[in-house]
Ligand binder design. Structure first.
Ligand SMILES: *Cc1c(COP(=O)(O)O)cnc(C)c1O
Length: 459
C-alpha cells in the first residue's frame, strides 16, 4: 500500500494550551466587541486566525538566530539572505523589510500614483489598502471559476487574460504601473496560479510594456501545487519550479511570515537597477538601511534558513495534506468550503452554512463568533467586514463570497487539533438553524476596518 504522508520533523519543545468553558468564552467575546482580533491569545484554544508569523521555527533556524550578525551595515546575515534569494528565486537585487506590507509600501511609493490602475488576481487586503491609500485602483482580474466554491478547478488563483487585456486596452500605459500576481491567491482561498498562467500573464504584460510582480508570500506552496497538478512539472523539484516561476516576473514583494516560516520579516526583490535605486531611497526612509530594512540581523539569518526549509517537498506535502485533511473532515459533516482546499487554509462557505442570516448582518463574522463560542477556536472573516466600504460611495461592499478562513500555522498543530476544529464546525452545522441573529457595526475605521471593528448582536 502507498504509505501516508507524515511530518518530516518531530516535536522538541511544547507550549501548553488551556481549555476554557463556554461561559468564559461568552464573556470574553462580548468584552472583545465580537471582534476576534481583540481576544487575548490565552483566551483561545486553537488559533487559526492566521498562518502569518505563527509558524514553528526549526532548530536550524534557532541556531541561525544565534549566528545573527547585528552590524548596522553589511551584516553577514544580510549576505546569507542575499545568496538564498539569488540562488533560489533568481532575483539579484533585494531589500529586507520588516514584513510584507512594508515591502508593498516601499514598492508602491516608487511606482504607484493617484489615478493609477493596478490589475491582478484578488489583491490581498494590505496590498489593496496600499493601492487605495494612494488613490489608485486595484482591479481584480481573477477567473470567474474562483467564486464558485463547490466547483473544482486546479488553479483557481489564475488571472483571466481577457479581463487583464481589457484593463490594458482601456487605460494608457502610464496609468498602469504594474500587474501583481499573488501566489497562492490568499483572497480567493489560498488557490494556486498555474505556471501556464504565470507565463501567459507575463507575456501579455511584456506585450503592453507593463512590469509584473509577484506577491510571493506563499510561493513555495504555489510551487507544490504546480508540481502536483501541472503534468509537465511532475518530475521537477520544488526549487526548479520556484526558479521558473520567478523567471517570468520583474520582481516580488514577500511576507516571510508565510513561506519563510519566521515570526517576522519580509523583502522586496527585483531585477532592474534603476528601480532598485528608487526603492532604496524609500527603504531607507521607511524601513532602515539597505542591509537590514527594519529587521535584526538574526531575523535575516532565520529567513535565509526558512526559505530553504519552506521549499522542502516533504514539508510542503505534510502541510498541504493537513489542510486537505481538514477539508475532508468538513465534507463528511456536510459543510461546504472553497474547493479544492487551499494551501494554507480552508475557507468555509458561510453563505451556505448560514443562508438565513442576511448579508447585512455579516454571515462569515457570525460563524466566526459561533466557532469561538463552540470550542475556543479562532478563525477569521473573509467577507464584507474585510472588504471595507467603497471609498467613493461609502456603502458596504458585498463580495460574492462570505468565507470563514481557518488558516493553519506551519508545523504547529497536530491532526488531533484538526479533528477537534472539524468537530466544532460539525456541531455548529447541526444546530445552524438555531443561529438566528448576526451582528451590526457600532464602530469602524475607514480603511482595513476588520482589525479594529466593534460589533453588537443584531436585534
Ligand atoms: C500576509 C500577506 C501580505 C502582507 O504581509 P505582512 O507580512 O502581513 O505585512 C501580503 N500579501 C499576501 C498574499 C499575504 O498573505
Amino acid at each position: 500500500m502507498k504509505l501516508p504522508y507524515a511530518e518530516p520533523y518531530k516535536i522538541k519543545v511544547v507550549e501548553p494550551l488551556r481549555r476554557s468553558t463556554r461561559r468564559e468564552r461568552e464573556q470574553w467575546i462580548t468584552e472583545a466587541n465580537h471582534n476576534l482580533f481583540k481576544l487575548r491569545s490565552d483566551q483561545v484554544f486553537i488559533d487559526l486566525l492566521t498562518d502569518s508569523g505563527t509558524g514553528a521555527m526549526s532548530h536550524h533556524q534557532w541556531s541561525e538566530m544565534m549566528l545573527g550578525d547585528e552590524s548596522y551595515a553589511g551584516s553577514t546575515s544580510y549576505f546569507k539572505l542575499k545568496e538564498v534569494i539569488n540562488d533560489l528565486l533568481g532575483m539579484p537585487l533585494f531589500v529586507p523589510t520588516h514584513q510584507g506590507r512594508a515591502a508593498e509600501n516601499v514598492l508602491f511609493s516608487a511606482m504607484v500614483r493617484e489615478g493609477d490602475m493596478v490589475p491582478g488576481n484578488a489583491h490581498f487586503d494590505t496590498t489593496k489598502g496600499h493601492i487605495e491609500f494612494r488613490r489608485a485602483t486595484a482591479v481584480d482580474c481573477t477567473i470567474n471559476e474562483a467564486s464558485k466554491t463547490t466547483l473544482y478547478h486546479p488553479f483557481k488563483g489564475n488571472i483571466d487574460l481577457n479581463k487583464l487585456e481589457k484593463v490594458f486596452r482601456s487605460h494608457p500605459k502610464e496609468k498602469i504601473p504594474l500587474c501583481i500576481i499573488t501566489v497562492t491567491c490568499n483572497t480567493s482561498g489560498g488557490q494556486p496560479v498555474s505556471m501556464q498562467n504565470i507565463r501567459d500573464v507575463s507575456a501579455l504584460c511584456k506585450q503592453y510594456g507593463i512590469p509584473v510582480f509577484f506577491d510571493a508570500a506563499r510561493f513555495a506552496e504555489n510551487a507544490y501545487f504546480i508540481k502536483m497538478r501541472e503534468k509537465e512539472y511532475a518530475d521537477h523539484t520544488i526549487p526548479e519550479v520556484v526558479r521558473e516561476m520567478f523567471s517570468y516576473v520583474d520582481g516580488a514583494t514577500m511576507s516571510c511570515k508565510k513561506d519563510a516560516i519566521v515570526n517576522i520579516g519580509g523583502f522586496l526583490a527585483c531585477r532592474d537597477k534603476a528601480l532598485f535605486d528608487k526603492i532604496s531611497m524609500y527603504c531607507i526612509l521607511y524601513e532602515g538601511y539597505l542591509t537590514y530594512g527594519g529587521l535584526a540581523g538574526r531575523d535575516l539569518a532565520a529567513v535565509a534558513q526558512g526559505l530553504k526549509e519552506g521549499c522542502d517537498f516533504f514539508y510542503l506535502e505534510s502541510r498541504i495534506e493537513q489542510a486537505a485533511y481538514l477539508g475532508k473532515l468538513l465534507k463528511e459533516y456536510g459543510i461546504a468550503y472553497q474547493e479544492p482546499p487551499g494551501g494554507h487554509a480552508i475557507f468555509v462557505d458561510a453563505k451556505k452554512m448560514l443562508p438565513h442570516i442576511p448579508k447585512e448582518e455579516f454571515q462569515a463574522q457570525t460563524l466566526a463568533v459561533e466557532l469561538y463560542l463552540e470550542g475556543g477556536v479562532r478563525a477569521v472573516e473573509i467577507g464584507t467586514l474585510l472588504a471595507d466600504r467603497d471609498p467613493c460611495t461609502g456603502e458596504n461592499r458585498y463580495p460574492q463570497l462570505e468565507l470563514l478562513r481557518l488558516a493553519i500555522p506551519r508545523r504547529v498543530y497536530t491532526n488531533n487539533h484538526i479533528e477537534y476544529v472539524a468537530a466544532c464546525l460539525g456541531n455548529i452545522y447541526q444546530r445552524r438553524e438555531k443561529i438566528t441573529k448576526g451582528f451590526r457595526i457600532t464602530k469602524e475605521a475607514p480603511i482595513m476596518r476588520h482589525f479594529t471593528v466593534e460589533l453588537e448582536r443584531a436585534q
